[in-house]
Design a protein around this ligand. Structure first.
Ligand SMILES: [Zn+2]
Length: 227
């Protein structure tokens, strides 16, 4: 794993004594790598991430993991705010409308293994920006292969065994898993973006079955860090 040091001035101290318990994945929605790096290092813009992974699989290290990078913004996961103080942010060079390349996913895999080991972050602590800010964010988007990450033990994925579950159980289960906004439509769209990107239409029993399975196995009420 080759890591290129490219320090950004856009960071501060983690607040409230928080340590990384989440890893938040993003796409850059930009096509020019030079401009992307310049933006993530521009003090006037006040955005950054700990890492940026290019389409070719190069990993740029922008902010020290001990510091609070500015990638998450307003939002919550598991009812906990100030996600920046609780997380490591990883930007993936991607427009949002294209597949993520094999070298990029390989680099992400190696980086996640290293970061999760360093901070004892459980697979369920690896989330998308859209999970913690469903009202305003849709990255890493419908093209991101969460299932592949889960198969490598680096994130979570619901059981493919779908049984009839009352649709009314969906929102309680999705909240137990971590979704924390009030608006139910936003929860459903964020959930589907990650777990059923092909789905549309009203809430269905498949949504409820997958959410209940995730809540049963990966509820956020349990400590995010392994015991
Ligand atoms: Zn983002």
């Amino acid at each position: 794993m080759q890591i290129i040091s490219h320090p950004s001035p856009n960071f501060g101290d983690r607040l409230g004594g928080h340590r990384p318990e989440l890893i938040v994945l993003h796409y850059t929605a930009m096509t020019d790598l030079g401009k992307t790096l310049a933006r993530l290092c521009d003090p006037r813009v006040q955005v950054s991430a700990h890492y940026l992974i290019t389409k070719g699989g190069a990993i740029y290290h922008l902010v020290d993991e001990a510091k609070r990078a500015w990638h998450a913004g307003q939002g919550q996961w598991g009812g906990r705010g100030d996600v920046n103080s609780r997380s490591i942010g990883i930007e993936l060079e991607n427009s949002g409308f294209e597949p993520f390349s094999a070298p990029q996913m390989q680099a992400l895999t190696l980086l996640l293994i290293a970061v999760q080991n360093r901070h004892a972050i459980a697979p369920k602590g690896v989330i998308g920006h859209s999970d913690m800010a469903p009202d305003r964010k849709s990255d890493p988007g419908a093209r991101f292969d969460w299932c592949a990450l889960a198969m490598r033990g680096l994130s979570v994925w619901p059981s493919l065994y779908v049984k009839q579950v009352p649709v009314a159980k969906f929102f309680g289960a999705a909240r137990a898993f971590g979704y924390s906004v009030d608006d139910e439509a936003q929860i459903l769209s964020a959930f589907r973006l990650r777990f059923r990107p092909q789905a549309s239409g009203p809430l269905a029993f498949e949504d409820a079955a997958l959410a209940v399975d995730l809540a049963n196995r990966f509820a956020v009420d349990a400590p995010l860090k392994p015991a």
